[in-house]
Design a protein around this ligand. Structure first.
Ligand SMILES: [Zn+2]
Length: 116
């Protein structure tokens, strides 16, 4: 292990919250999963008018409150997303009711229904 082991550890730590959001143009993609029916939902948040600057100290730089509904069931997912100043989602500070955050990789997996 030694040096390489430590390096790998810090790389893993840094990427903990990466891949859970992706910036594209003036939007940020986030990925959620409905805990009732397991549907995976991709959501685009507009940086210009949906992301609000956070006033709270210690919290993220931006936040969005959003109610999400998938196509498979009528469960409303109440989401509170927090982002840092570079528009990366802060997974630990985000809260979802009836849903959870997933990474883009998780979103892309099993989209063809192979999980059934
Ligand atoms: Zn659902």
């Amino acid at each position: 292990m030694g040096f390489l082991g430590n390096l790998w550890q810090s790389v893993k730590k840094d990427s903990a919250s990466q891949g859970y959001s992706r910036m594209q143009g003036n939007g940020v993609w986030v990925f959620v999963q409905c805990t009732k029916c397991q549907e995976k939902i991709r959501l685009r948040l507009r940086r210009t008018d949906e992301l609000q600057r956070s006033e709270e100290k210690g919290a993220g730089a931006f936040f969005v409150n959003k109610t999400i509904m998938g196509k498979q069931c009528f469960t409303r997912i109440d989401a509170h997303f927090q982002f840092d100043a570079t528009y990366r989602i802060l997974k630990e500070h985000s809260e979802l009711k009836n849903g959870k955050l997933i990474s883009e990789r998780e979103f892309e997996q099993e989209q063809d229904g192979s999980a059934q």
